[in-house]
Design a protein around this ligand. Sequence first.
Ligand SMILES: [Zn+2]
Ligand SMILES: [Zn+2]
Length: 136
Amino acid sequence: MNKLIKNSINVGKENGMWKGDDVSMDGLHKWIHRRLPKPDLCQNCKKKPPIDLANKGIYNRELKNWWWLCRSCHMELDGRLKRLHKNKKTGWMQKCKYCDNEYWMIPSIWKKGRGRMCSDVCKVKDRKRNKDGRVI
Ligand SMILES: [Zn+2]
Ligand SMILES: [Zn+2]
């Protein structure tokens, strides 16, 4: 009798398979989950129904960096992504605080307190903006 209601409740349920070691990462995942509707077919192979909401390598709130994948596509692409990150040692994609461009960041630069901007040009502009408008 209540089949329809039961099915619709299931939508927001947490994905128990997700093994994120970062709490904020998990929160982001849920945030995207709420905003990105699940399509009928996997967005990669377009053959099977999607199961996982996957990230394309940039963890931010841009819906374009996320897609719905079937289990096999997710496994395959996830593996490729991990290998890619491994090859580059460590690092991550992030957005420039000033111009919103995405660029690759590595920890050694980050630790020096640099690297929040994609280039020296943005750094100078941002510093100037902070001085003028006191936007911090
Ligand atoms: Zn697929
Ligand atoms: Zn920039």
